[in-house]
Design a protein around this ligand. Structure first.
Ligand code: AKG
Length: 292
């Protein structure tokens, strides 16, 4: 097997805490996955298991949607993640970040690990895969290279309606002059560390902007705020038994998957809401698919 990432790319990831573009799959495959996402949207205008589809897209989608498991286990993606995290990989959450053209949805500056209950671990990364053209105009991500060397810093909750984050959480005082854009073509991905400062602006393009964020962790992660959390083993072995292992769903929204989804959301809710100044419905979405 040829390693997908060069030595220089690995060094860049370790130095900057972010890396792009990395090929995930070809454009045709990206188009196919996008069509499957859009077929789910067309089929599920009504809530499933009492929740709108956008809720399942927003967090832990791999628990109920085989499609998201398939994307998270594409061999070329796992090969590149393995180069950074090692041979034993679990998926903690798969999430879709969709911005419709001409809307004002943004993501404020934040560090992912702030509310994940895993402490300041280096044993995780996000692979964010573009299923559409994710240009600067379409609101691609921006990163502050090297910011992963910070600890987790305080975030203020804004609960702003146009923010795709659950609490509208935001780092204050980010030096925007140091930010770099991470544009991606369909089928390309970026990697970022959970302490890297990142954000994204509105989609001013003509097409939807669709990304799949896959949160990979290793068996070594501990969940000090949570006790034990849930994750799906996707490569290698988990001898540490620190995660409650989740099996992939047999089919979309099967009853076992829906029950597990509820169980996980309830368990994670207390961690996300910790220290919140407002009322946080964990990653909750309204029927329109927007965050409350
Ligand atoms: O899609 C975006 O703009 C933000 C995604 C993000 O914050 C993340 O994947 O951690």
């Amino acid at each position: 097997m040829t390693d997908p990432l060069s030595r220089a790319q690995l060094d860049r990831y370790r130095r900057d805490g972010c890396l792009w573009p990395v090929p995930a799959f070809d454009e045709e495959t990206a188009r196919g996955f996008r069509a499957e996402v859009e077929a789910l949207e067309a089929a599920h205008a009504e809530p499933i298991g009492g929740r709108p589809l956008g809720q399942y897209f927003r967090v832990n989608g791999q628990v109920v949607l085989p499609l998201l498991c398939r994307i998270a286990t594409v061999p070329g993606v796992l090969d590149a993640v393995e180069q950074v995290l090692g041979p034993n990989l679990l998926v903690w959450s798969v999430e879709l970040f969709i911005k419709e053209p001409g809307t004002d949805k943004i993501v404020s500056w934040h560090q992912d690990l702030t509310y994940w209950g895993m402490g300041e671990t280096d044993e995780e990364l996000t692979a964010w895969i573009a299923l559409s053209d994710v240009s600067e105009r379409a609101g691609c991500m921006r990163f502050i290279p090297g910011s992963h060397l910070n600890p987790i810093l305080p975030h203020a909750d804004s609960y702003a309606a146009d923010n795709l984050l659950s609490r509208g959480q935001s780092l204050e005082g980010v030096d925007e002059a140091a930010a770099v854009h991470g544009p991606l073509a369909p089928g390309e991905m970026s990697f970022h560390h959970g302490r890297t400062f990142h954000a994204s602006g509105p989609n001013r393009g003509d097409d939807r902007r669709i990304g799949v964020a896959i949160r990979y962790v290793t068996p070594e992660v501990r969940q000090p705020d949570m006790g034990r959390d849930y994750a799906m083993l996707v490569r290698g072995m988990d001898r540490m038994q620190g995660w409650i292992n989740v099996a992939p769903p047999q089919r979309a929204f099967d009853p076992a998957g829906l029950r597990l989804y509820d169980e996980i959301l309830a368990a994670q809710a207390a961690v996300l809401a910790a220290g919140a100044t407002g009322n946080v419905a964990l990653y909750g979405v309204t029927a329109e698919g927007t965050m409350p």
